[in-house]
Design a protein around this ligand. Sequence first.
Ligand SMILES: *Cc1c(COP(=O)(O)O)cnc(C)c1O
Length: 340
Amino acid sequence: MANVNIDWDNLSFAYQPVSKRYVANYKDGKWGKGALTEDATVTLNECAGILQYCQEVFEGLKAYKTKDGRVVTFRPDLNAERMIDSAKRLEMPPVSKEMFLEAVDQVVAANVDWIPPYESGGSLYLRPYLFATGPVIGVKPSDEYQFRLFATPVGSYFKNGIKPITICVSDFDRAAPHGTGHIKAGLNYAMSLHAYMTAHSNGFDENMFLDPATRTYVEETGGANFLFVTKDGTIVTPKSDSILPSITRRSLVHIAETLGYKVEQRPVKLAELTDFAECGLCGTAAVICPVGKVVDHGKEIAFPSGMKEMGPVLTKLYETLRGIQLGTAEAPAGWIREIK
Ligand SMILES: *Cc1c(COP(=O)(O)O)cnc(C)c1O
C-alpha cells in the first residue's frame, strides 16, 4: 500500500503524482491492452502529432469516499461517451466505453489511499486523456496514439466557504461557429488562456464568453456552463452548438426537474441578465460556483442573490447533487459507480 502522508484539509487543486496510472497504446490500426504503470513520464518523438498539430482530447471526473465508506465515481459512462465524441471530431481513434471504465476502475482501486476522506470535502481527481504519439509533418491525423488516465488528490473547492465570484464579458471568443467548442480538447483551453489572464489582470475571476457569430447570446466560461434562475424560480441554461455539454449541468437539470422546478434550455441573450435572480457556473470542479456580478465593459449587472452567498435555488440543487455524490441522498439509477 502507498505511504500517503497528506494534510487532507489543506489540499489545493494542484498536480501531485500518485502510485499508479493507466496507459494503453494505439498502433497498426488497433488499441493494445491497457495496464497500470508507476511511470509518470511520457517520452515522445519530437514530431509526435500532439506536439505539432495539437491532437489531444481529455476528460475530468472525480472519485469520492462516501459517508458510509464506499468509493464511488459519478456518471463515468457519460465521460466515456463524451470522450468518444471528442476523439471523433479530431479524427482520433476513440477508446471504447469498456476500456475507459476499466481504466477508471483500475486507477481508483490502485490509489484508494490517495482518496481524501469524506469529512475533508476533497476527492481524487481523474484525468483521462488521449493524444497523438506518431510522427506527422504533413498535415494529417497521426497513425499512433496513447490513452492515459492519471489521478491526483484535490481539496474541497470551497475550503474557505462558498463565495460568489465576479466575472467579465470577454472581448475574446472561446469557440468558432461550427468549430470545436462542443468537444473537450486541449486546443480550446490553449486559446482561452490569454482571455483568462486578461480577465485576471483586470480583477475578474472568470470570463463570460458570448456566441462568436453575433456576440449577443451567453455561451459559457472557459471551463464551466451557466445556470440562471429567474425571479419566479425557473431555471434557465444556455443552449448552443458551441458550448461543452457539461455532465454536471445535465445532472443538475435532471435534479431540478425532479424537484419540480421548471427548466428552460434555450438561447439566453446577454441583455436578459438583468431578469435573473441567481447565476452559477457548473462543472466537475465545484459542482456549482455562484456568480454575484457580471461586468460588461463597465456596466455592472449584480444578481439579487448578492456577493455573500449562493442563492436559495442554486443552493438546493448544489446540496442535492453533492448528497448524491457523497451517498447521503438517493441517486437516480446508474449515476453512481461503486469501485470495489
Ligand atoms: C469540462 C468542461 C465543462 C464542465 O463539464 P463537466 O462535465 O460538468 O465537468 C464546461 N465547459 C467546458 C469548456 C469544459 O471543458
